[in-house]
Design a protein around this ligand. Sequence first.
Ligand code: HEC
Length: 104
Amino acid sequence: MQPKASIAVLVLLLLHVTLAQPETSARPTPESLARPCLACHTPTDRKTIPLLFAKPERDFTKAMRQFRDDQRSASVMNRIARGYRDEDFGNMAKYFRNRDRSPR
Ligand code: HEC
């Protein structure tokens, strides 16, 4: 490789590394917040864990705050709810509210 060409490659590589840095202030999308919940709140098995799809936003955020503040008894949700901000509850509430409740 010619020296000029290798310098160009190096510059491009450095530029790529610089541009690929994650933006630390970026907040997760509602979908990325909600995805881990679906492991348990699956649309296909509703017998043991309630479905969150199409749940009214107010009911959702109220439940999450109660879990977080230990005002509602829970096996796991109190611990899970502590990992989120109020802002996240609002975003997740909208996400679930707009999902279709019908079985797939
Ligand atoms: C490990 C399994 C599990 C995961 C993961 C999980 N949940 Fe739950 N969720 C439950 C169970 C079990 C209940 C019933 C309350 C309890 O025992 O904790 C519940 C109840 C709820 C309720 C109350 C629903 C109702 O109609 O009463 C909401 C809201 C909720 N979860 C939201 C979430 C959200 C949001 C996430 C993701 C951030 C999530 N859950 C992740 C297991 C889980």
